[in-house]
Design a protein around this ligand. Structure first.
Ligand code: MG
Length: 363
């Protein structure tokens, strides 16, 4: 029974809550409305809640959980992601999930764009595979959980008083990631520095539009105890970014310019490293490939995230022993996380040792 038939069977035409423990095989979706602890502002947007798409995949009595966070910049929403997942429900209902690599290849061929939707499907499948094998996903990938890195905690753009309050609340996290890129950069950093002397990483989210400004700001940030700068200029300004990189000492990490594995070769030489997100790559398998490509080109690697529940953040965390830097705090920024998976101890990611993603309901 596919979702449409299931909805008809229970006499509902509207989106219904997911059936408990999903008795039927196949794919189900639900839009999660995540409530933010603080209004979240970056160069791109400002909001109090975020919608993500949760997916469950059930077969042989085992349910895998997945999630994708739609990215507005790429014209995605939870509703378009839900429609994209529905368009391959027949495939997921009939295919052999043990052939997950082939199956995800077919999903990628059938869905154009909609990488958050693809990520939700991939994560649910890999959770299912890990559960059936009885191993945590980090073990499936041959990784050492003790090598999981420290995660940064992100501070969004805000008024100085609110920024100071956020920095104080971030006391348990040893490294902070500060969003800049508007006219208030100096004010943001001054507010942070008035409260803490922790190492900082800075994300400009493509906010600086000319190379001289970017180089000047990066030199200034170096003096403020900043370790690296993420995406200083617009994603398509590769030549300008290369110019900036040749003049500054701080490493420059690509985010909006590094979406998928095929982007990596052209970024070598322009950036020192890449930020990999499951919602950009379309899931764990493609993220793993992208990290390996970047490492083979001598680049630094980072795992980042969108604002998501612990489903998506834990999925990324299982790959984190592979990377140099982690910014996996999307679940820490919300007040209504339905699950518990990866946790943070003294800033370091602690991977659950239960099978698959290792999620359990939040207490
Ligand atoms: Mg970023």
């Amino acid at each position: 029974m596919n979702r449409r038939e299931w909805l008809r069977a229970v006499g509902s035409a509207a989106a219904a809550p997911l059936p408990v423990a999903a008795a039927q095989s196949g794919l189900r979706t639900e839009i999660l409305k995540l409530k933010l602890r603080h209004t979240w502002t970056t160069v791109m947007s400002s909001s109090n809640f975020r919608n993500t798409l949760a997916v469950t995949f059930t077969r042989q009595g085992v349910t895998g959980y997945g999630e994708g966070a739609p990215i507005v910049r790429y014209h995605e929403s939870a509703e378009t992601a839900q429609a994209a997942v529905a368009s391959v429900a027949d495939l997921l209902d009939s295919a052999d999930p043990w052939q997950f690599s082939k199956l995800m290849g077919e999903v990628f061929r059938r869905i154009d764009g909609h990488y958050a939707a693809k990520a939700a499907i991939d994560i649910a499948l890999m959770d299912w595979v890990g559960k059936k094998l009885g191993v945590p996903l980090y073990r499936y990938f041959g990784l050492d959980p003790a090598a999981a890195p420290v995660t940064t905690f992100s501070i969004g753009i805000d008024k100085p008083e609110i920024v100071k309050q956020k920095v104080r609340e971030a006391a348990p996290y040893p490294i902070l990631k500060i969003k800049v890129g508007l006219d208030s950069d100096e004010e943001m950093i001054a507010a942070v520095r008035s409260v803490t002397d922790k190492p900082l990483r800075v994300d400009a989210n493509e906010g600086w539009k000319n190379k001289e400004e970017a180089a000047r700001k990066i030199d200034w940030l170096e003096k403020q105890g900043v370790e690296f700068v993420e995406q200083p200029m617009p994603a398509d300004m590769l030549e300008e970014t290369q110019w900036v990189r040749s003049r500054v000492r701080l490493p420059i990490i690509a985010d909006e310019a590094s979406l998928r594995p095929s982007d990596v070769p052209k970024l070598a030489g322009c950036f020192d490293g890449i930020n990999v997100k499951l919602d950009k790559t379309g899931g764990i398998l493609e993220a793993h490939k992208m990290i390996q490509m970047a490492k083979s080109l001598g680049m630094k690697t980072m795992l980042g995230c969108m604002i998501s529940s612990s489903i998506s953040i834990t999925a990324a965390a299982h790959l984190s022993p592979l990377v140099d830097y982690a910014d996996l705090d999307g679940n820490l920024l919300i007040a209504n996380d339905p699950y518990e998976g990866v946790t943070v101890r003294d800033g370091k990611l602690v991977l659950p040792d239960r099978p698959g993603l290792g999620l359990k309901p939040a207490v």
